[in-house]
Design a protein around this ligand. Structure first.
Ligand SMILES: [Zn+2]
Length: 369
């Protein structure tokens, strides 16, 4: 198993060395063994520095698992898990180590109760080793309170949101009710407070990796099953939703100002979409796809009228993958070329460190963000 998994990372290394990556990866190191987290991170902080690598493949700190005792599983069919009493004593030395080494860190936290306990520790550490300027952040934060958003802001942190509610909104409503559902997570409030907010997906185990389903969720506030979850005040207009996915997310890999906008001086990454994101009916946003993806000024994917720019497509691995038969995630009817729009690329792709999928019951071990 271990050999099989590390092989996957060798492939990424190899693609990077050969200049064949078709997306940029900022990876975080994810602790693997309960109670050995501090030992793992002590070793890793001696081996690699944040930002080490290049614009295609770079190290971005620790998380989203910092210690196993701080992880709250996001299955809304089940009651909220109470984190073990050992959580604080596990988390404090790890966060202290990261702060001393100036390693950015991210923490998986679904519920406000878990966030409260993590922030108690962050504030304690911050009094001894300032976190200022570290670009640390909370992942998910579906039920975060205003008070805890203020605490995140005071410590200079950010919040990375993903469209997990698009898939679990009905379960959440059944367990916690309509009122609680309305602010899961309270993205507009976060933005109103001036918090850094990044948009992503929590693929591949918790949600779809398709960015357009996440944009659809941000704009409509609906689940993929059609349940309308959020009032107008907690939905985003299309520009703000796109900003979360581009310039917003660039802060989370400390690459703000470097990517996320189509302007001189930033990385030359963009996608031409199958229809005009800004003018199509809302329900069609989730059916968008790229017809031309340019990374570093090079076409890495091209279809339809751009097909001649397409690099040769490698064989599908594993060969039983549905992609081999169906040609991709889904095939919506493409809009005419005149209706297309371009967007910059800047969402970060999370990357786990080694043993993907070993912790039973913890859903989001492997994902893109
Ligand atoms: Zn997570």
């Amino acid at each position: 198993m271990r050999r099989g998994r590390s092989y996957h990372y060798q492939i990424i290394d190899e693609l990077h060395k050969n200049g064949e990556l078709t997306l940029r990866i900022a990876y975080n190191l994810f602790t693997q063994k309960p109670k050995d987290e501090l030992a793992d991170l002590s070793r890793w902080t001696g081996r690699v520095k944040p930002g080490q690598g290049d614009d295609y493949y770079r190290h971005n700190g620790a998380g989203e698992n910092l210690v196993f005792s701080a992880a709250d599983f996001e299955d809304f069919l089940e009651p909220r898990p109470e984190l073990p009493v050992s959580m604080e004593q596990d988390l404090k030395p790890v966060v202290t180590l990261l702060a001393l080494n100036r390693w950015p860190f991210r923490l998986h936290a679904t519920y406000d109760e878990s966030i409260t306990r993590a922030l108690n520790i962050y504030e304690e550490v911050n009094r001894e080793v300032p976190l200022k300027g570290l670009h640390w952040f909370i992942d998910h934060a579906e039920t975060i309170s205003k008070r805890n958003m203020e605490r995140v802001k005071a410590l200079g942190g950010g919040i990375a949101v993903q469209h997990r509610m698009a898939f679990q909104g009905e379960y959440f409503r059944d367990r916690y009710g309509e009122a609680a559902l309305k602010r899961t997570p309270p993205i507009a409030e976060m933005l109103g407070m001036g918090l850094p907010v990044g948009g992503g997906t929590d693929a591949t185990r918790v949600a779809s990796y398709n960015p357009f389903i996440s944009l659809y969720w941000l704009v409509t506030g609906k689940t993929v099953g059609g349940l309308s979850m959020y009032p107008e005040r907690n939905r985003l207009d299309r520009m703000d939703a796109l900003r979360l996915w581009t310039v917003g997310s660039s802060w989370f890999s400390s690459e703000d100002g470097k990517k996320g906008a189509i302007v001189p001086g930033q990385l030359a990454d963009l996608a031409v979409l199958s229809s005009d994101y800004f003018s199509i009916p809302e329900k069609e946003i989730k059916g968008l796809e790229s017809v031309l993806t340019v990374v570093g000024g090079k076409a890495v994917y091209a279809a339809e009228e751009f097909a001649e720019l397409s690099p040769p497509v490698p064989p599908v691995l594993p060969d039983w993958s549905p992609v081999a038969a169906y040609g991709g995630y889904a095939k919506p009817a493409l809009a005419p070329a005149s209706a297309r729009s371009s967007v910059a690329l800047a969402h970060n792709h999370k990357h786990v460190s080694a043993d993907c999928g070993v912790a039973g019951g913890f859903g989001c071990l492997c994902w893109a963000f």
